[in-house]
Ligand binder design. Sequence first.
Ligand code: FAD
Length: 318
Amino acid sequence: MTIPQIISSGSEKKFSLEVLPPLKGNGAGRLFERLDRLVDFGPSYINITTHRSELVYKSTSDGLYQRVSQRVRPGTVALAAAIQQRYRLPAVPHIICSGYSRLETEYALIDLSFLGITNLLVLRGDKAKHENRFTPVDGGHSHACQLQNQISDFNRGMFIDGTHMDIVADTPFDYGVAGYPEKHEESPNAEMDMMYLRQKIDAGASYIVTQMFFDNARYFDFVSRCRNAGINVPIIPGIKPIVSRSQLTVLPKVFHVDLPTPLASALMNAADDDRAKAIGIEWCAMQMRELYSSGVKSIHIYSHNASASVESILKQVL
Ligand code: FAD
């Protein structure tokens, strides 16, 4: 089933989770321990992020430093397969342009189709930490829509060199794309951001997952602007429980989102991170209740590093 089919079936309140692959060198045991508890609440599917390579400095035996390219969180495809097998739930790996050539993407698509993983989230990906602006690798894509075209060609049985598959997969890839209620940071204005989002839907995306937001009014306004722009696919709201006082400044800086004044003031006055976590739980539960009661069928929870909070939120809201 595709994600739009999953979220439109049944009448219960639905939600999805998003996890990060463990840091290189760590096993997946702790991630599974956390997921084991959360799957009891019945997520509809689980997203797995993808992280580009970063340049890091490594000390060498002669006391010098060497600059090497390293993938700090590898393993998205394998983790997606492990999650799908362990929980019998659809896994949705993120496929990104950033740091990947078209050929590497093609190999990943081949692996995914062998593994029976056909739901994807297609993104450009973040720029490298040392870059001022996003730069594709040699033979890579600059924007999500180009990656979408590669996937559409693959679905039609065409490889990037123009050759054809002997047998085209029975189940083509279905995918969503990202949308930004508070505008993507690089976009000159909200209208142009919307124009490119419309382009991504026209290129074949079957749903949108939003960047996190802390004010539901931003989501409702975004949905209405999307509908006015002729975008009619499901728009799944993405929300994140705040778990520490430092997120008061980190989240706006990293994700270019606003925190409403009542939330920001409460966090500023929080005595410690335990109090901040409690505020985050209360706020996120309030957001979820309002979203469900306004007719939203499924909510995407950025659950990484927040599984205990997500557990208490789901206990309250479902
Ligand atoms: P694009 O759609 O390519 O848009 C990027 C910018 O370019 C926007 O300003 C847009 O308006 C503009 N634009 C779009 N198309 C064109 C065009 N054809 N010509 C000119 N301008 C254009 N990052 C990761 O690295 N890994 C992840 O796993 C990951 N998961 C995410 C999950 C979700 C739900 C969200 C919301 C974001 C995620 N990100 C992830 C972050 C995302 O990759 C970044 O926000 C990235 O900067 C933009 O990705 P995009 O797919 O929206 O890019």
